[in-house]
Design a protein. Structure first.
Length: 129
């Protein structure tokens, strides 16, 4: 099942498919843009066409579940530190950025040499249109 739209408490509508497609188009180094639900399942978006995955499908499932768990754990500190704007992990083969949208997670993976100073800002501008 692919969720295309989500609504937050203030009534703001998020078109998940549109968000993912827009993010995939902002930089040629972006490999993946997807929405992961709180159970670690991909519900919208995916890999850019003609891009070779770095991992297999089973590893994707594990990465998504681990990401969902990490996001839940970070929320424990929201009262003291405020909510997370985005989280970023720089790895040898990829740059990964996550952004919370409602109870879901926008997960973006780019080439490791992407501009990590501007890419999160571009993503946040799209999410917070």
């Amino acid at each position: 099942m692919i969720i295309k739209v989500a609504v937050n408490l203030s009534g703001k509508i998020y078109d998940y498919a549109k968000i993912c497609n827009t993010i995939l188009s902002i930089d040629h180094k972006i490999r993946f843009a997807g929405i992961i639900n709180e159970r670690g399942r991909l519900v919208a978006g995916g890999m850019k066409e003609d891009v070779e995955p770095l991992e297999n499908e089973k590893d994707d499932e594990m990465i998504f579940m681990e990401l969902a768990l990490r996001v839940k754990m970070r929320k424990d500190f929201d009262e003291q530190l405020g909510p997370v704007n985005f989280a970023m992990a720089s790895r040898k083969r990829a740059l990964a950025i996550s952004v919370i949208i409602n109870d879901d997670i926008l997960y973006v993976v780019s080439e490791p040499d992407s501009d990590y100073g501007t890419l999160p800002k571009k993503i946040l501008e799209i999410v917070h249109f």
